[in-house]
Design a binder for this molecule. Structure first.
Ligand SMILES: [Fe+2]
Ligand SMILES: [Fe+2]
Ligand SMILES: [Fe+2]
Ligand SMILES: [Fe+2]
Length: 407
């Protein structure tokens, strides 16, 4: 389908009432884990659309453009409420967090599997192993402080076991900046992959920035602070892949187009019919918002949007599905990778006085909460928490210590 040829809902007709926005949440015990991940992803996409629009507005002096942005942004803000409102109040922030990291694992792995550009695929694989490790650390925190089993949330669709250990993920900021794709040559699918993962990581960063203080337990507060800093790294890592030379107006069009693609994708896979209707409504709204952005692009840059956008949406919807074999392949091959400037290198290649080694020695002085949570859970239960559905860990050094391996 070509969204440029669809009518959608005109932006002026998109306002909804408070009762429309105050949606009934899903049942946290009955919801499919991938419905939860779709809600988390699309909330992050809406938050990015709002923040992008605010930044754009602060960088233009044109009153008509500011008004057009304000109009679209208001309905984006309404969409964000209707999507995020699906999360139930009895789902604790830690349970939501486990959902966030399940998003990060299965979204990143899916994007990497479908990414045509090897440079971008490598960037996705690299951070995949880090979010994969976060899921394991939070699952151990969940068992330690709530006495609960994270697999009841992930439903064994995503394995839970160590990735690149979080304590080793801390790198100097200069080792987090990557080279970018070129807007004129990039595959439109690649651009959307990067925009999607930037929004998802940014939302995770924001969530941990705000929820790290929901806890009394120092171990929980410490773990959120530590992983929040990795999400800051991930946003830096992924946003540096975008071509910074695209204009604000083009970026606006690309944002709306990506929202169209993603709501269309969510709709293809949603089994909850009530929530599918929300994806469908939002899809029609995004088509209307895309037309509004395209109109501004024509007026201010004299560019025909069809010249920038693909003729049709990608044939394959972005899909939440198990990626266990893929994640295991990447674990086996890339757990020992780190970054040195623009290059990915093995940890063994880093000199002892490398800036990232010095950075780690500062932040990890006195111990890392991501290690402490495992030590404490092992001390309590005689083993750490794992959900290895496909057998032993592919990296020998990361297997359960022998004395602790009987569960
Ligand atoms: Fe939106
Ligand atoms: Fe993460
Ligand atoms: Fe992340
Ligand atoms: Fe939008």
């Amino acid at each position: 389908m070509n969204p440029l040829e669809q009518a959608g809902i005109p932006v002026e007709e998109q306002f909804r009432s408070w009762s429309d926005l105050n949606v009934t949440p899903f049942d946290k015990d009955a919801v499919h884990p991938y419905t939860r991940t779709r809600v988390i992803l699309m909330n992050g996409i809406e938050v990015e659309s709002i923040l992008f629009s605010h930044q754009f507005s602060r960088h233009t002096d044109d009153i008509d453009l500011k008004r057009a942005l304000a109009l679209s942004r208001r309905v984006e803000a309404q969409q964000q409420k209707a999507v995020n409102g699906l999360n139930p109040g009895d789902q604790t922030p830690l349970e939501t967090t486990i959902g966030y990291e399940q998003v990060a694992v299965d979204l990143t792995a899916w994007l990497a599997r479908h990414e045509p550009d090897p440079m971008l695929k490598q960037a996705l694989d690299f951070a995949l192993l880090e979010d994969f490790d976060h899921l394991y650390r939070y699952a151990n925190l969940y068992e330690l402080i709530d006495g609960k089993d994270a697999a009841a949330l992930t439903d064994h669709l995503t394995e839970i076991t160590p990735g690149r250990p979080t304590v080793l993920e801390h790198r100097h900021p200069h080792d987090e900046v990557r080279g970018h794709f070129e807007s004129h040559t990039v595959d439109p699918l690649s651009r959307m992959h990067v925009m999607t993962i930037v929004a998802a990581e940014q939302q995770t960063m924001n969530f941990y920035m705000n929820h790290g203080t929901d806890w009394i337990e120092p171990i929980a507060r410490g773990l959120y602070a530590e992983i929040a800093l990795i999400e800051e790294q991930h946003v830096t890592h992924y946003e540096s892949l975008l071509d910074p030379l695209d204009t604000w107006l083009r970026n606006w069009v690309f944002h709306e187009y990506n929202e169209v693609y993603l709501y269309w994708s969510m709709l293809q896979n949603e089994e909850d019919r009530r929530i599918a209707r929300l994806w469908e409504l939002n899809l029609d709204m995004e088509i209307g918002q895309l037309h509004a952005a395209c109109e501004m692009l024509r007026r201010y840059e004299g560019v025909e949007p069809a010249e920038l956008l693909p003729r049709e949406l990608p044939a394959t919807p972005v899909t939440f599905e198990p990626n266990k074999d893929y994640v295991r392949e990447v674990l086996a091959a890339q757990t020992s990778l780190t970054a040195d400037g623009l290059a990915y290198v093995d940890f063994l290649e880093l000199p002892a006085d490398h800036r990232s080694e010095r950075y780690r020695s500062i932040v990890n002085a006195g111990g890392a909460p991501s290690e402490l949570v495992i030590d404490e859970n092992r001390a309590r239960n005689g083993r750490d928490y794992r959900d290895e559905t496909e057998g032993d860990h592919p990296v020998k050094a990361l297997r359960q210590p022998v004395a602790a391996s009987r569960r």
